[in-house]
Design a protein around this ligand. Structure first.
Ligand SMILES: C[S@@+](CC[C@H](N)C(=O)[O-])C[C@H]1O[C@@H](n2cnc3c(N)ncnc32)[C@H](O)[C@@H]1O
Length: 294
C-alpha cells in the first residue's frame, strides 16, 4: 500500500471516478431542486448525484467537492468559499440571491475522501440527526452541519478540552451543531442532550473504537439507522497489515449488531485508512447498565 503513495500536498484530488463528475444524468435527482446556480463564467455548481446536501463544482481546470455554507461568511479550517447567484430566488430588491459554498478538502477530511473515493451511502442528508464521535476542532463536522442544514442536527462529541474549545466557538455560528465535551465511552453522561439519531459517524482513532461506536449505537441509533466508521489501521494494531486490521474491525462491528455493507480505503488522501458503513439492528434489550459503576 505504501508504495506509490505520494506526499499529500503534491497530489491533485482524484475526481476520476464516475460518481464525481457531477453530471445531470444520475437517477437520484433529489438534490437538484432549486439549483442551477451559475457563478462567474465557467463555474458550474451541481448537486452531487448520490448525496443530497453535497455539491460539485466543475471548471475546465478542476472539480471540487462542496457543501452549502450554513454559516455564511465563516470559514472553519481555511477552506475556500465560492459564491454564486441563485437564479431561482431573488432578494427583496430584486437582485439574485447569493449562495455560498465551502470547498471540502479531502486531504483534511476522511468523510470527504470516502465520498470522492466512491462510497455509496453516508446515511445523512438535509434534515438528518447525526451523532458525531471524535469531532476534534470541527473540520469535518462543519461539513456535516452544512449537509443536514437548518432542519437537521449534529451532536459533536469530543474528549479533548482544547479541541472542544474550537468546536464550541465554531458551533456559535451554527445553531444545528451541539458540541458536547465528553468521553464517547460514557454515553450515559450526555444522554440527556442527545436524541435518537439517523446516523452515527465515528472517527475517534482509538484501539477500542468499535466498542465506542457500539455503546453509542445502543443508546442513540434508531433501529435500521446508518453508521459511518473511520478506521486508522495503526491506531488499532501497528504490527498487522492495514487490510487485516480493517477485516478485524468489521468482524467486531458485526458481533455487536452492525450490518457492514461497504468499505472504502482512502488513498491517496490518507494512507492505511478505511471508511466502513452500514446499518444497525439493536440487540434485544437487557437490564439497564450504569457503566460508571464498573
Ligand atoms: C482523528 S481525530 C478526528 C478528526 C475529525 N473527525 C475531523 O475530521 O475533523 C480524532 C478525535 O477523536 C477524539 N477522541 C479520542 N477519543 C475520544 C473519546 N473517547 N471520546 C470522544 N472523542 C475522542 C480526539 O480527541 C480527536 O480529536
Amino acid at each position: 500500500m505504501g508504495k506509490g503513495f505520494e506526499g499529500r500536498e503534491n497530489r491533485k484530488p482524484n475526481f476520476s471516478n464516475k460518481s464525481m463528475r457531477g453530471g445531470r444524468g444520475g437517477k437520484d435527482r433529489r438534490g437538484a431542486r432549486g439549483i442551477g446556480a451559475r457563478g462567474k463564467a465557467k463555474t458550474v455548481i451541481e448537486p452531487h448525484e448520490r448525496f443530497p446536501g453535497i455539491f460539485i463544482s466543475n471548471t475546465a481546470k478542476e472539480s471540487l467537492l462542496l457543501t452549502k455554507n450554513y454559516a455564511v461568511g465563516q470559514t472553519v479550517y481555511g477552506e475556500k468559499h465560492i459564491q454564486v447567484e441563485d437564479n431561482t430566488s431573488k432578494n427583496e430588491d430584486g437582485t439574485p440571491l447569493k449562495i455560498e459554498y465551502r470547498v471540502w478538502n479531502a486531504f483534511r477530511s476522511k468523510l470527504g475522501a470516502a465520498i470522492i473515493n466512491g462510497i455509496k451511502r453516508i446515511y445523512m442528508e438535509p434534515g438528518s440527526k447525526v451523532l458525531y464521535l471524535g469531532a476534534a476542532s470541527g473540520t469535518t463536522i462543519s461539513h456535516v452541519s452544512d449537509i443536514v442544514g437548518e432542519t437537521g442536527v449534529v451532536y459533536g462529541i469530543e474528549i479533548s478540552e482544547r479541541s472542544g474549545r474550537d468546536l464550541t466557538n465554531m458551533a456559535k455560528q451554527r445553531p444545528n451543531l451541539i458540541p458536547i465535551i465528553e468521553d464517547g465511552r460514557k454515553p450515559w453522561r450526555y444522554r440527556m442532550m442527545v436524541s435518537m439519531v439517523d446516523c452515527i459517524f465515528a472517527d475517534v482513532a482509538q484501539p477500542d473504537q468499535a466498542r465506542i461506536i457500539a455503546i453509542n449505537a445502543h443508546y442513540f441509533l434508531k433501529n435500521g439507522g446508518g453508521f459511518v466508521f473511520s478506521i486508522k489501521a495503526n491506531c488499532i494494531d501497528s504490527t498487522a497489515s492495514a487490510a487485516a486490521v480493517f477485516d478485524n474491525q468489521i468482524q467486531e462491528l458485526r458481533k455487536v449488531g452492525f450490518k457492514v455493507k461497504e468499505k472504502v480505503t482512502l488513498e491517496p488522501y490518507e494512507r492505511d485508512h478505511a471508511v466502513v458503513t452500514g446499518t444497525y439492528r439493536a440487540p434485544p434489550k437487557k437490564k439497564a447498565e450504569n457503566e460508571d459503576e464498573k
